[in-house]
Design a protein around this ligand. Structure first.
Ligand SMILES: [Zn+2]
Length: 269
């Protein structure tokens, strides 16, 4: 159950009331007082998520465009690097010791990745568009989307050193890589789920695609120079907004150096 007032949200988890403060849920001793407030109402989980997302974006980005990064929407949490290191270690050992690889992947905090993706990353484009003070470009009719082959996609990832061209996070690659890896370590939940809430956090953070730097519905083309490797956070966070509307600079091909020996969810077997 979720409920709240305009300034605070509460949830009841296993009979315990918590409220959302600063950057996390904490046990609340204010619930009894809060229910006395005439504005206190029951809200949906989506409304509670919206409130949490707004709070986290306020802390992460704030409303002053001069203080925002210009290369990406919102920097990913630094602790994700250590989480992805666990995956890198798992890839190193998977051929000889798949059960150790599985254990390493199970140590990843899927839930915190998922919450960041849903609450913060997916809302970041709307947040920036709303507070940037920049006018978006008028929408035009979209250029027909040509299918990009798996080979072309892998080539694009290689050119961008297997890192998101915006935020620089290491990327795992296409869905097929996750499927192969999930099978090798016997962890089907890595590729299960058809909604963000049911997908594994690693997949939300590491799966990548190509992003149209200039959106198709604003005259962008399918040419290679209009494509950039993008993690889902940056791609779906950006949505159909133009870089101008988001107060962002154009990404630069190969901007991010190779990250040690990382080249996606590749492993020998
Ligand atoms: Zn990214």
């Amino acid at each position: 159950m979720y409920c709240g007032r305009p300034t605070c949200v509460y949830r009841c988890i296993r009979g315990q009331f918590e409220h959302y403060l600063e950057d996390g849920w904490e046990i609340s001793d204010r619930y009894e007082r809060a229910v006395q407030d005439p504005e206190f109402v029951e809200i949906t989980k989506e409304e509670a998520d919206e409130h949490v997302g707004q709070q986290r974006l306020r802390i992460k980005l704030g409303t002053d465009p001069a203080k925002w990064p210009t290369h990406c929407l919102v920097p990913y949490p630094k602790e994700f690097d250590a989480q992805i290191d666990l995956v890198a270690q798992a890839l190193d050992v998977v051929a000889d010791n798949p059960s150790l690889a599985r254990e390493l992947v199970l140590k990843v905090d899927s839930e915190s990745m998922k919450r960041w993706y849903i609450d913060v990353a997916l809302r970041s484009g709307y947040w920036r568009a709303e507070h940037s003070g920049m006018k978006g470009v008028e929408e035009e009719s979209a250029t027909p989307r040509e299918m990009i082959s798996k080979h072309q996609l892998d080539e694009l990832f290689k050119l961008d050193n297997w890192r998101c061209g915006y935020c620089g996070i290491r990327i795992g690659g296409r869905r097929e890589r996750f499927e192969k890896f999930a099978e090798a370590i016997d962890l089907p939940e890595l590729v299960a789920g058809s909604t963000d809430e049911t997908r594994h956090g690693l997949r939300l953070i590491l799966q990548a695609s190509h992003d149209h730097i200039q959106p198709l519905n604003q005259g962008g083309s399918n040419n290679q120079d209009n494509l950039v490797t993008s993690c889902w956070s940056c791609q779906f966070g950006k949505g159909d907004h133009s870089l101008d509307a988001l107060a962002m600079n154009k990404p630069i091909r190969g901007k991010w150096e190779p990250y040690e020996s990382w080249n996606g969810l590749r492993f020998e077997c």
